[in-house]
Every structure is written in structure tokens, then in C-alpha cells.
Design a protein around this ligand. Structure first.
Ligand code: PHE
Length: 348
């Protein structure tokens, strides 16, 4: 028998076997097919094996090898069919899959409106050349008050107006006097102006930073107050900085944040750490809203951080992030921002 003929017969059998195994529907059909193809006595493969004896001696090694490979192919096809019948689920699921059905949309969370606001404020001031600085929420009296020119008798230091912390081992010093004297020297910061001090202590002028973060005051919560809220603090120190620079920066900021039609208004005010000081109002759609305070950095503040007030001037401002956020999104009660009610939050 010619070698070619023998090899072709083996290949034909392997292909037919693969097709048959792939289409068997149950275990008894599978077993019948196995006996028909691989049966030790009368199986078709066994039948072909007889042809091997008639192949020329020189071709025997190749013919034998091909015979063994064919046997393996048929056994593999059998094993695959057996596996398919044992776990029909996989095949079933595959056939039920409808690629034309619309998919299930994964539920994605999104950023809290305050976080969105903070990111946008950072972006806008970043474009105006302000670097972002950070400071701790637990502060000492030096950074929250003293270096900001707020002396011990100032009402802003009243324990009833601040969240002082109970510091273990702190001995009250009645000699120091003032409302803050008999309480711990640590408190939750009541303003982000603390960061002005921290930055100037560590960097020589010029300085151009914004700082955004939480501040704490024991206010009763209502539509416009909350005991924790966020401020954006700005500080620019250089030579020859003027009030006009302050107003320009704030107006450019407002226009970028709320739209072109926004106006900025200054009203005379007082802060211990700025002189002169102003309240900053912004007009947008339905009227004027107070957004925070600002002014020219007081020379005493420069002295407290080791700057020379004869060499540098600067401005600072502090605006309420909740107010900016509420304006932007049309929120009327800031308490809603902190209730964590997804139905409210997912609107923004
Ligand atoms: N720290 C002030 C406040 O919390 C705001 C302010 C900041 C005013 C910077 C002037 C300059 O009310």
C-alpha cells in the first residue's frame, strides 16, 4: 500500500470523527460513536491499522507516527464532546447571549459639588498664576490668631466662638489674660488665613498662593451656616501690590467662575490682619451676595513672619466655598450639601 494513500485515509477518518463527535447530543450516542471509531475489536481506526502492515518497510516509521497522531486527534475530539455534554451550561449561556441587546450601564459615582467647586477654583486661580498651598485643620493659636495680629483680648478668640481641643497636660495660664487664656492652645482652625502664615514662614517673597479647605466655627446650622465649611484663601505678596490688583484679580476670577456679567463690590470693613479691609460682594443675576473678606496685608503680619513691611506689600482674601458653590448650582440651603442624600447630590 502506498504511503500517501494510507496517510490520506487516516486524515479522512480524523476529520469525520471530529465532525461526528461535535454533533453528538447525549451520552449514549457518544458511547456508540466511541465504539464505532475507537473500539478495540471492530473500531474504524483498528481497521485502518491493518493497512500499516502493507506499507513498504522504509515508510513504516512515518506511517506509524501518523497513525498514533490520528489516534490522539480522535481521542481529543471524544474528550471534548464528553466535556461538552457534562457541562451544558456554558454552551447554553453562549447561545442565549444576544449581542444586540443594550448593555447594562455601570453605575458610576461622581464628585461632590463642593469637591467640583474646589477643583474649578484651583483651576481658575492656577491659570492666574496662584500655586495651591495646604495647611493643617488642627491649629495652634500662633497660626490661627497671634501671627494674624489677633491679640488675646480680641472677641474672635472667645472659647464660645471656636472649637478648642482638650489637650492633655495643658496647664491653664491665668496670667496670660484674655478669653482664650484658660483653654487649650489647640483648636480646629476657624479660618484658612492660617495658611498665609505657614506659607510666609517658609518661603521668601514673592508669594502667590491659594489655599482651599475646611474651617470650623460653632455656628448653629441654618440655610447659610454650618459648623464646618470651606474657604478659599488667596495671598499675593510682592513689591508695589495695590488694592487695584486685588480687585482686578477678584473680578477676573468671578467672571471666569460665574460668567461675564458678574460685578464685584468692596465695602469698607475691618480684619486685624489686613489694612485697609473690605467685604467682598458679588453681583450675579438676582442681586448682591457677600462672598468673603479681603484687604491689604497688615504690616504686623509681615513682621510676625519675618518679612520687611518696608520692602513688600500684598493682598489677601478669603471667600466662602459653599456660597460660591450654591450660587453656581442654584442650591438654596447649604445643609443639603452635607446630608449625603444621593438623590440631592446626583443632580450636580
Ligand atoms: N479670614 C477672614 C474670615 O474668615 C477672611 C479674610 C481673609 C479677610 C483674608 C481678609 C483677608 O472671615
Amino acid at each position: 500500500m502506498a504511503l500517501d494513500e494510507f496517510l490520506a485515509e487516516l486524515d479522512q477518518l480524523a476529520e469525520a470523527a471530529a465532525a461526528s463527535f461535535a454533533s453528538v447530543g447525549d451520552a449514549s450516542e457518544l458511547e456508540a460513536l466511541r465504539v464505532k471509531l475507537l473500539g478495540a475489536k471492530n473500531g474504524q481506526l483498528k481497521g485502518l491499522q491493518k493497512g500499516l502492515a502493507r506499507v513498504a518497510a522504509a515508510d513504516k516509521p512515518q506511517a506509524g507516527k501518523h497513525f498514533n497522531q490520528t489516534k490522539q486527534r480522535i481521542e481529543d475530539a471524544f474528550a471534548l464532546a464528553e466535556q461538552r455534554l457534562e457541562s451544558p451550561g456554558t454552551d447554553q449561556a453562549a447561545s442565549d447571549f444576544d449581542a444586540t441587546e443594550p448593555g447594562l450601564r455601570p453605575r458610576l459615582g461622581h464628585l461632590h459639588p463642593i469637591t467640583q467647586t474646589i477643583q474649578e477654583l484651583k483651576d481658575i486661580f492656577g491659570r492666574l498664576g496662584f500655586r495651591v498651598a495646604e495647611g493643617p485643620e488642627i491649629e495652634d493659636e500662633r497660626h490661627n490668631f497671634e501671627a494674624l495680629n489677633i491679640d488675646p483680648s480680641h472677641p474672635a478668640r472667645d472659647p464660645l466662638d471656636n472649637f478648642y481641643l482638650h489637650a492633655a497636660g495643658y496647664a491653664a495660664d491665668p496670667e496670660a489674660g484674655g478669653p482664650g487664656a484658660d483653654v487649650s492652645p489647640w483648636l480646629l482652625r476657624s479660618q484658612t488665613s492660617t495658611v498665609q502664615i505657614r506659607v510666609m514662614e517658609n518661603t521668601p517673597p514673592p508669594v502667590r498662593i491659594v489655599s482651599l479647605g475646611r474651617v470650623y466655627r460653632p455656628d448653629t446650622a441654618d440655610a447659610t451656616h454650618y459648623p464646618m465649611f470651606h474657604q478659599i484663601e488667596g495671598l499675593l505678596v510682592d513689591t508695589d501690590v495695590t488694592m487695584a490688583d486685588l480687585k482686578t484679580i477678584l473680578r477676573v476670577f468671578c467672571s471666569s467662575y460665574l460668567g461675564e456679567e458678574v460685578e464685584v463690590r468692596f465695602r469698607p470693613s475691618f480684619f486685624p490682619f489686613t489694612e485697609p479691609s473690605v467685604e467682598v460682594d458679588m453681583q450675579w443675576q438676582d442681586g448682591w451676595v457677600e462672598m468673603g473678606g479681603a484687604g491689604m496685608v497688615d504690616p504686623n503680619v509681615f513682621r510676625a513672619v519675618g518679612y520687611d513691611p518696608d520692602q513688600v506689600t500684598g493682598f489677601a482674601f478669603g471667600l466662602g466655598v459653599e456660597r460660591l458653590c450654591a450660587r453656581r448650582f442654584g442650591i438654596t440651603d447649604i445643609r443639603d450639601l452635607f446630608k449625603n442624600d444621593v438623590r440631592f447630590l446626583q443632580q450636580f
